[in-house]
Design a protein around this ligand. Sequence first.
Ligand code: JHZ
Length: 386
Amino acid sequence: MIDMGSLPLANRLENPGSTSAKAYPLVVYYCHNCALIQLADLVPRNEMFTDYVYLTSASKTMTEHFDRYAETVTQRLDLTTKDIVLDVGSNDGTLLKAFQRRGVSVLGIEPAQNVASIAKEGGVPTLTEYFDLKLAKNLEKVRLVTANNILSHVGNLRDFLATVAEVLRPDGLFVFEVPWVADVLRNNSFDMIYHEHLTYFGLKPLARTLGKAGLSLVDLEYYPSIHGGTVRGFASPSSDELSSVVREMSAREEREADFWAAKDFSERVPKLANSLRRMLRGLKKEGKRIAGYGAPAKASILLNYCGIGRDILDYASDTTPLKQGKLIPGVGVPIVSPQFARTKPPDYYLLLAWNFREEILAKEKEFLDKGGRFVVPFPNPEIVDS
Ligand code: JHZ
């Protein structure tokens, strides 16, 4: 579908002084048989997930989103202290803490040691393991398995979903969130494509893959402002009664995210990258100071693909302590704390964490009121002022 060239691993931040990050091919394929969009060149998972820098709790938006998630799912399944929620890829335990606050027992599975330690220190029981059948055989059966922004990262989906089915009780549910490919295509957000994301889900291939593990996609919720457009799926091991939302969204996907939409996207992406680079170079020529806002995984792809480096960006400011002091791989843009950024504010921030547009523009009201501006890259590069 699109060849992005060879790019560094998005979350493999570099230490100051290191020369150049290793680059890996990033080529996206569209399957004409099942409409699944995926990568074919796999990077060994230990290179990506042993030491992880993304923390769910780094944004208010996600913390609040997962709090509401725990509330609605606790009510939907009528969970009590006797029930256990198993969260796969539990990160720093943000979602599980929200279940704990509602009196539900929890267990996290998180292979990244450093992130799992943060969860454990916060009182969330967590196994530092990959989720597989060997592990599942030693686990109690549960009413709820959750996995948010995990399915796209899984190399062997069939085994993963078979493991979910193995630990689920017949009256249980598998609840998961994935960025919806229809939104990636519509928003032009090619920076969602990185080596960690092996699969870009549409509902049709998703339902099919779940079905092979004996799970039916029975319901969906849609969150247009989470990670640029997220679907929350509800899959059951015992019922196959589809909600009307599943039918409506699948029909919409067929209209909006077919092969031709994917093809148009792949033709728009290089043009968008050029226009963003030209816009930033133009501002630089006018003597403006520019910095990045946020250092998400996406930023590594956006900057490397567009060729935006230290000649354009002075730094990228990010709230995550694990990222501060490191460099965005490939382009070597230094990541600083928001406190540091406040002492050297730019004229323009390139909004690298564009998925938190509302939260960030509200938080940076003072910067905007003083004449500061944001460059928002998607769906098309745009300058935003107060
Ligand atoms: P954020 C993540 O990708 C991780 P990333 C993962 N690979 C995945 O699959 C996708 O999500 C879907 C910072 N920030 O959430 C915090 C500020 O500095 O867009 C984060 O470092 N100030 C599992 O990495 C980054 O921006 C702020 O005010 O692309 C945002 O990262 C806010 C709100 C955030 O995810």
